[in-house]
Write a new protein. Structure first.
Length: 136
């Protein structure tokens, strides 16, 4: 194999190795913060995420009445919580509902951001105020 091809192959292998190492570190970091304990591929959890993302307060309330612990549900092995989805969309009533039912205001998503960081970045100021009220 010519030297240029060997070098390119080496670079690709190195990138793959480093990518896996960074991913593993991030997963360990999330696990230490408590976000790594996903409740599995729960149909109810996915329904809550969908209701939160769509701003369906009635559906979200009904799901949480059935199982309030779903506020801690996370998608993709702990990388996104319903709170992160709803904050990104700016649905303040659902943010309040999730926080009243035990959602962790300080939890971090796959980008290592809290819900407050996301709300600020997206300009959802009413959501920012709500999150600050529940901050520990």
């Amino acid at each position: 194999m010519p030297p240029a091809h060997r070098h390119r192959s080496y670079i690709l292998r190195k990138r793959a190795f480093l990518g896996k190492r960074v991913l593993k570190q991030r997963e360990e970091s999330l696990g230490r913060r408590g976000m790594g304990n996903s409740l599995g591929c729960s149909a109810s959890g996915e329904r809550l995420v969908s209701a939160a993302r769509d701003g369906d307060l009635t559906e979200a309330r009904m799901i949480l009445e059935f199982n309030p612990s779903l506020t801690k549900y996370s998608t993709f092995s702990g990388l996104n919580s319903p709170l992160h989805f709803v904050v990104a969309k700016g649905h303040c009533e659902i943010v309040t509902l999730l926080l009243e039912n035990g959602a962790d205001v300080n939890s971090r998503n796959y980008c290592d951001q809290t819900a407050l960081m996301q709300a600020c970045r997206n300009g959802h100021w009413e959501v920012v105020q709500t999150l600050l009220l529940y901050r520990k």
